[in-house]
Design a protein around this ligand. Structure first.
Ligand code: MN
Ligand code: MN
Ligand code: MN
Length: 317
């Protein structure tokens, strides 16, 4: 059960003065997991920030897949994003391998230009193009000529991924829609499901931590691991320098949040929350997640939550 945050937290986060009136609690929205058109989201980075502002999100991290281009586009627009809110935090969502599975690790608050981050991002960019070539070769073997050029044209400035292949297939009339493209050709276990190139989890955690950021296990229940395997993931993640998990992600039941809370408590992990917003849709939550009451846990956002005018960053623990 989520309750509202104490006012003192709100006053820092939302920059709303909290003297005078007796109201002790207010709603605070945070979103540390969002996508823009720099990866597979629908909105430009600027439009996403505008939407978050409209929804009164206090702190926002843009966490595009394997790129920080979207974040950097708006960060340079409005350094710190402080003027009209939301407070902008650097972010990325890395895909990586662990124990034979692809999992997602969020990086928050890192220096995107740190050499370790740059090296990692460049490596992934090259790897994505290579993967695109492999997907294209497989699709072409099925008779879909021109898949690579088509997908690259769909991708434009954004990171090449399977959605661009599906968009091309839809545009060319090879399939009826995006779902059919994934069901028949691109989804898990299908011909175009190429994933061998992802870096190891320990590597991506290393890039984030070297860059001074916090590594977060994204949507930990989405992998459908057994309880034992999830704990094993946490142990390996922490050994690599990781320190936080998402306890609320998109639509999740109260039971699931509670399970993740217990996991965080057991391992003394910090917690993060995010919508995983990609676009408007009937099953997609809007940006902004109510900040949970922590009850002994630490929120990653506390690291960047200093009184206005005194932006001290707490050292990673
Ligand atoms: Mn995505
Ligand atoms: Mn993800
Ligand atoms: Mn995501």
């Amino acid at each position: 059960m989520l309750r509202l945050l104490p006012c003192v937290f709100v006053s820092r986060l939302g920059r709303r003065p909290c003297g005078g009136r007796a109201s002790s609690v207010k709603i605070v929205l945070i979103d540390f997991h969002t996508h823009t058109a720099a990866s597979d989201g629908a909105l430009s980075p600027r439009d996403l920030v505008a939407l978050a502002r409209e929804r009164q999100v206090g702190m926002l991290a843009i966490t595009d897949h394997d790129t920080v281009a979207g974040y950097q586009a708006v960060a340079s627009d409005d350094p710190g994003g402080q003027a009209q809110g939301p407070q902008l935090i650097a972010g990325v969502e890395f895909s990586c391998r662990w124990s034979g599975t692809t999992i997602h690790i969020l990086g928050l608050g890192m220096d995107c230009d740190h050499p370790a981050m740059r090296e990692g991002l460049d490596w992934l960019h090259t790897a994505r193009i290579e993967r695109g070539r492999k997907i294209a070769a497989r699709l072409e073997a099925l008779g879909f000529a021109g898949a690579l050029e088509g997908a690259l044209a769909e991708a434009g400035q954004s990171q090449l991924g399977r959605p661009h292949f599906s968009a091309w297939m839809v545009a060319r009339g090879h399939v009826a829609d995006h779902n059919q493209a994934f069901d028949k050709y691109l989804g898990q276990g299908k011909t175009g499901d190429v994933k061998a190139f992802w870096p190891e989890m320990a590597q991506v955690v290393g890039w984030i931590v070297a860059g001074g950021g916090v590594a977060v296990i994204a949507h930990p229940l989405k992998y459908k691991f057994t309880r034992m395997k999830l704990r094993r993931l946490v142990v390996d993640f922490m050994a690599a320098g990781g320190s936080a998990i998402e306890i609320a992600s998109g639509y999740q039941t109260a039971d699931q949040s509670e399970q993740l809370r217990r996991l965080a408590t057991e391992f003394s992990l910090e917690v993060s929350v995010g919508s995983d917003y990609h676009r408007d849709g009937p099953y997609s939550p809007q940006p902004g997640v109510q900040a949970p009451v922590l009850e002994g846990l630490s929120g990653v956002w506390e690291r960047w939550c200093e009184p206005a005018g005194n932006p001290v960053r707490r050292a990673p623990r």
